[in-house]
Design a protein around this ligand. Sequence first.
Ligand SMILES: [Zn+2]
Length: 205
Amino acid sequence: MKALLFSGGVESTCLAELEKPDLAITIDYGQVSAEGEIGAAAYIAKAIGFPHRVLRVQLGHLGSGDLVGRPALDGHEAPEHWPYRNQMLITIAAMALANENLESLSIGTVRSDRVHADGTLTFLSAMNALLRAQNPLLSLKAPAADWTTLELVERARVSRDLLGWTFSCHRSSIACGTCRGCSKTLSLFEALGSSQSSPLKSDVS
Ligand SMILES: [Zn+2]
């Protein structure tokens, strides 16, 4: 099985279009934006046409930054910084699918994610080795790790309408329009030259 970590954001939506996963997984790990992500992910999965599953594991008490409504640890430059977050998400998905012949797990990391220690090529390579140490048949894939989000969007050729259903807010289940996630999405739409339709949906359920 080829699975995709699917937050319902721009990057994982583009990867879904490129990779055609057998299953997309959205995880509610206690982030304040969980319901917004799940609503967007469910809609997009149905629109593109691939199976979608939601996992719920409440770990918000262990988090930091915008995603749990607290300051980022150590004053990190990215206000959504949550140490070990990708490691946790990859591990939870691998655990949940351990009995389902999982061959690859894809994550929508892009070049700008290198601001986080768990968005670097070093992390991705180490995490792949860690998974394979436990299951030699399993690989971690991050096909867009060297690309910008714009490059990924252009390669995936996702329709502008569908991009409008993506959800990337870090602070709420209703897009706030000002956090780094919302700002990146707005900048992307500006770069794509779309001024007529806002990417920010207040109700994606
Ligand atoms: Zn926001």
